[in-house]
Design a protein around this ligand. Structure first.
Ligand code: NI
Length: 137
């Protein structure tokens, strides 16, 4: 069931919001507001450490770094979070890009992402926390 409701806000704030959603290619305010609400609900879901969560981690690393590939794999095996799939791309002579789909408890996923991202030779790590649960859609 679709429910309509009104929002009162400052006209300057509304102009800023309209410029933002135009840049982000939203067709209308309703869809933009729905996505903002979902993002907050997902953040709230992740704040609880109960239940299954799902995320992707993207890493860029220097594969010439001694032992790095082995450490990355070891940490994944040791984690209570489950790495469901990985995608590895040999970007150039020095760099690998790796994407990991991870499932598990929120803190276990964050802990694994922090450990992998902070290894020497890992140049960038970005964790995207998401959700497909009924609680947020
Ligand atoms: Ni590679």
């Amino acid at each position: 069931m679709l429910v309509r409701f009104g929002i009162s806000l400052d006209d300057e704030l509304l102009q800023k919001f309209d410029r933002l959603i135009h840049r982000k290619k939203y067709k209308n305010r309703s869809e933009a507001i729905r996505d903002l609400i979902r993002a907050e609900l997902i953040a709230d879901e992740w704040a609880e450490n109960a239940g299954d969560r799902v995320a992707t981690l993207t890493l860029i690393y220097d594969h010439h770094r001694f032992d790095l590939a082995q450490k990355l794999v070891q940490l994944q095996h040791d984690s209570p979070a489950q790495v469901e799939a990985t995608l590895h791309i040999h970007l150039d002579h020095h760099h690998c890009l790796e994407m990991l789909a991870i499932r598990g408890r929120a803190r276990d996923i964050e802990d694994l992402a922090d450990k992998l991202s902070s290894l020497k030779g890992v140049k960038h790590g970005q964790l995207v926390k998401t959700s497909a649960s009924d609680a947020v859609h």
